[in-house]
Write a new protein. Structure first.
Length: 281
């Protein structure tokens, strides 16, 4: 069996900084398959929205500065992709988390951050807000604590595309995971209070496709807008230690159960010939 456990040096680096990057952990063929799944999921979500004249509850998108839509993220996604479900259980993700947690990781959230500008307006799906695809300066536990999840959550972010300075890479504040910082609500979500970190600081995570960043749920991070005409896709899984015994799919389950009937209705329309797909990723 393959062994992807961390070295003592890697584990110490994670404990010091709150994150760790493992370059090119997934090969080009695997990354290509992830991209295909990302395109298929994007097509499913947008076409089902068009067919049923409603915006999917999984879809987070906006009108970009170029007056074309930008898909920010789709969440949840594992029930839409057998392959991405397999990836969430890959030892390349679980072994490092076992070392960090000293426990068995349990999946509690998965999301695909696309940062993907579209090439044309998608007719039939309303979009009104004009904003960018950045994410505020925050930590993830500010959201997770609403469901009583522990602060020991570890997330893994798989780069499906090369992360560059231009396409809105993750930006982190090393060492900020040692204590939770208070947040406030703003337009794009939650943000740490002004003065708690240097808003002009942080380090961009620049890594080739196939790389994985593991990060602590208290690590402060954000991303600036994608200024390119291509996507910057990150597949993000979040796991908590099994010792907390918090049950299955409490965070993403309600959204899955709400959206699945609409997606089945869309598939029925396609099968009956009552709807032809209008969007192709």
């Amino acid at each position: 069996m393959s062994n992807y456990h961390l070295t003592t040096q890697q584990l110490e680096q994670f404990q010091e900084d709150g994150y760790l990057i493992l370059p090119s952990l997934f090969n080009a063929e695997e990354v290509g398959r992830m991209r295909q799944e990302a395109d298929r999921i994007l097509g499913l979500i947008l076409n089902s929205s068009i067919a049923l004249n409603r915006i999917s509850g999984r879809l987070d998108w906006m009108m970009g500065q170029s007056k074309l839509p930008v898909v920010r993220k789709i969440q949840p996604i594992n029930d839409l992709s057998d392959y991405l479900t397999q990836v969430s259980n890959d030892p390349r993700l679980l072994d490092p988390m076992r070392d960090i947690m000293q426990d068995e990781p349990v999946l509690m959230e998965e999301k695909l951050n696309y940062k993907q500008p579209l090439r044309a307006v998608v007719e039939g799906v309303p979009i009104t807000d004009a904003r960018d695809d950045r994410f505020p300066i925050h930590n993830d536990w500010a959201y997770y604590k609403a469901q009583n999840y522990p602060q020991e959550i570890i997330s893994s972010a798989i780069a499906m595309d090369d992360s560059t300075t231009a396409n809105g890479p993750l930006r982190v504040w090393p060492g900020s995971h040692r204590a939770h910082l208070e947040h406030e609500a703003m337009e794009l979500g939650l943000q740490v209070l002004p003065g708690s970190v240097d808003f002009n600081g942080g380090i961009d995570i620049l890594a080739p496709a196939g790389s994985v960043m593991f990060f602590h749920t208290l690590l402060v991070h954000n991303s600036r807008p994608n200024t390119t005409d291509g996507p910057r896709r990150l597949m993000i899984y979040s796991h908590y230690p099994a010792r907390f015994d918090l049950g299955d799919d409490a965070r993403n389950g309600p959204a899955r159960r709400h959206e699945q009937p609409y997606e089945r209705q869309y598939c029925d329309l396609v099968q009956q010939g009552a709807y032809q797909d209008q969007f192709k990723a």
